[in-house]
Design a protein around this ligand. Sequence first.
Ligand code: G3I
Length: 314
Amino acid sequence: PTLRQLAARHDLAFGTAVAMAALADDAEYRTWVAAQFDTVTAENEMKWAALEPARGRYEWGPADALVAFAEAHGQRVRGHTLVWHNQNPAWLADVPRDELGAVLKDHVQTTVRRFRGRIWQWDVVNEVFEDDGTLRDTVWLRALGPGYIADAFRWAHEADPDALLFYNDYEVEEVNAKSDGMYDLVRELVRQDVPIHGVGVQGHLTADHAPLTMRENLGRFDALGLRTAVTEADVRMPLPADPVKLQAQANVYRTALDACLRTPGCLSFTVWGYTDRYSWVPGWFEGDGAATILDEDFAPKPAHRALRDGLSSG
Ligand code: G3I
């Protein structure tokens, strides 16, 4: 059985981020995406800079291609991401401050409407917290105040009432100051009847630390009545990889998967790339890599076995 077949026994979707260039150029990559996963996320192609490189000029092609690929292969799509401080178009810097609210609303609604009915989960708001759980100082906070977060969910819901709307962040897998801040925010949004439906923990983890409080953390969001999802799992290590590090990595993947499996409302487990042939990690963390479940030649690593074992048990 494939990963998606094993996950289906738990009512869990098993997903991957997709690099569109690789999907177009690499047949082996494409075959794995189609066969093994039932959820896909565009690694970059649904971000604002990619969708609207010049103001009012949209480039939907790559995002459309991913949605079409997904539909052709019976897969659901996680939309990523509407409101962020990274990968925004350069022209945004020239927008007068008093127009930023309208411009953000237009971006959210134009994008969500474009794919209405075809996106399962949207990451509506991404990465607004500092490590200490306070709000990050971004263009949106400075211009609009903290109310933009609730507004973004309302705008998205208006544009596609059937999409599940997520808040998504990193280093919030475990119970810590940052996930406490996230908890306070989403609890308040729920209390105010803001249309938020889920919380995504990205899951950019390291092989030297298993996220032992992840189950407890997902549980507290579950108890608020929210769905949860692991949205961007990968587990990096200092290169070169060796059997000891690869086994530690496998244990970390398994700990994260088990936390999701044991959380009733955890809908999907998505890896942020599934082969070391294409991974953002080496380009970002100097000296680190080997973060995915298959090596550069698509050979399964111990982490792949660990996830299969986790999905096969229970
Ligand atoms: O598209 C340009 C290309 O035109 C140019 O020639 C090239 C030269 O550097 O850059 C290309 O853009 C790169 C883009 O990926 C597309 O490949 C950017 O430099 C590069 O910074 C960007 O990195 C992405 C990163 O987000 C940027 O924030 C990674 O691929 C992507 O994996 C990563 O994903 C994020 C999630 O969205 C949010 N959570 C964290 C996660 C990891 O950082």
